[in-house]
Design a protein around this ligand. Structure first.
Ligand SMILES: [Zn+2]
Length: 332
């Protein structure tokens, strides 16, 4: 029996679908819960040309829902893309996974996508705003993409191929969760369901059936499922898919201080900060080639190779700007 016989026996997919899947270049943005589940399924199904973009490290708090990572990855603070590369190699050696250890920004997203040249993009991001950037860049480069989101027990999936509404058109229809899983938590079953629906839409598209054209919303705790035909919701005044105005993509400002969820703020410090981390106040708790952990009073800093720093433990009284400038001064 051939490796993929159980899926090729499913007639609508068949040998032809399998052959297409093996040739298609698929890019996954984000290697968190959704992204790692998506990569897992696609690698097992025999998608030979995969790419993943992410700049996070594996943490213990990821392991309840990010099934490809393990305690050793968290202990070593391995980058998620590197951990995925190793896991994929053990799952299916025919799969080539190209990794981009980079944070997706308006300044680099176009170059990263053009470098891999994907036929289709799957969304594995964990915050909402970035999807508007993905929506714009995919429209500009004419690449179909699948929106997927999972927060709490709820999830949403929608395949966007530019014949129907784009994400911007659906602003009113897509649940504006705004919240993220760091605040509202996330239940592991909704992650695997959303990831599976994203892969299902991808399989449909790749094997020639096109996206389902449904906005799928799910709840893995109240056990609800809704699919809504939204073709008629295409906005004929949509700035993105009608007027090709790419405001988010064209905003090249990188914000040096960005509030993340809960008690965390992200600083963007110069990239050389990583090499001079010992000059920062506080003491170094852990250091790996991917990240450094520094404890400074009640604050915990996670410093990444590109100079990004997540500051945990911010309180109302913390003067965030003063802290940013203190850190900046320390490494000059
Ligand atoms: Zn639109």
């Amino acid at each position: 029996m051939s490796r993929y016989e159980r899926q090729t026996r499913f007639q609508p997919f068949g040998e032809t679908g399998q052959a297409q899947l093996e040739q298609t270049k698929i890019m996954v943005l984000g290697a968190g819960a959704l992204g790692s589940h998506i990569i897992d399924q696609l690698a097992r199904m025999g998608a030979h040309h995969l790419a993943i973009v992410d700049m996070d490290i594996v943490e213990l708090s990821n392991l309840h829902r990010q099934t490809l990572y393990d305690e050793q990855d968290a202990q070593l603070m391995t980058s998620k893309v590197e951990a995925l590369k190793q896991k994929v190699h053990t799952i299916n050696q025919q799969v080539h996974l190209k990794t981009y250890y980079q944070e997706l920004l308006s300044t680099n997203i176009e170059d990263i996508i053009k470098d891999f040249h994907p036929d289709i993009i799957l969304d594995g991001m964990d915050h909402f705003k970035i999807r508007y950037l993905i929506n714009e860049v995919c429209h500009k480069l004419n690449i179909p993409w699948i929106y997927g989101a999972a927060v709490g027990s709820k999830g949403t999936v929608y395949g966007i191929d530019f014949t129907g509404p784009c994400l911007k058109c659906l602003l009113q229809q897509i649940p504006q969760t705004g919240e993220s899983c760091a605040i509202n938590g996330v239940l592991p079953p909704i992650v695997s369901i959303v990831a599976s629906y994203e892969v299902a839409e991808a399989i449909r598209y790749i094997s020639g059936y096109g996206f389902s054209q449904q906005l799928i919303t799910l709840d893995a705790f109240n056990i609800q499922h809704q699919s809504l035909n939204i073709r008629q919701l295409k906005d004929d005044q949509c700035p993105v898919c009608h007027f090709q105005k790419y405001d988010v993509l064209n905003d090249k400002q990188n914000h040096t201080i960005e509030p993340l969820c809960g008690d965390t703020v992200r600083f963007r410090l110069p990239a050389h900060s990583f090499d001079y981390a010992s000059d920062f106040p506080g003491h170094m708790i852990k250091s790996t080639p991917f990240a450094k952990l520094i404890q400074h009073k009640d604050l915990a800093f996670t410093l990444f190779k590109d100079g990004r720093m997540n500051v945990h433990g911010i309180t109302e009284e913390t003067d965030v700007h003063a802290l940013y400038h203190q850190l900046l001064k320390a490494i000059k």
